[in-house]
Design a protein. Sequence first.
Length: 100
Amino acid sequence: MKNNSIKTFDEFWPIYLQLHSKRTTKLFHVVGLILGLILLSLSILTQSWSLFGGAFLAGYGFAWFSHFLIEKNRPAAWNYPWWSFISDFRMAFLFLTGKL
């Protein structure tokens, strides 16, 4: 996926889904996202910078682990960080509601 070759989110979404074709990859993303959100919330409540860093490690760690070892591809976040961030939430919602 070349940087800047995709111009709209509607173009990006199907490619994002192709990069997350395996159920295990989606599950790792959902777990990382939920754990990251929990740690982020705790970080804000306790004003702890280590928990803040842990939120990013959890979110990206679970996701990138699944890309490198399960999907065997590169994370879309490397080229499209904002759209990937939004897509993680969209995919998690659809996965958890059984619509994906």
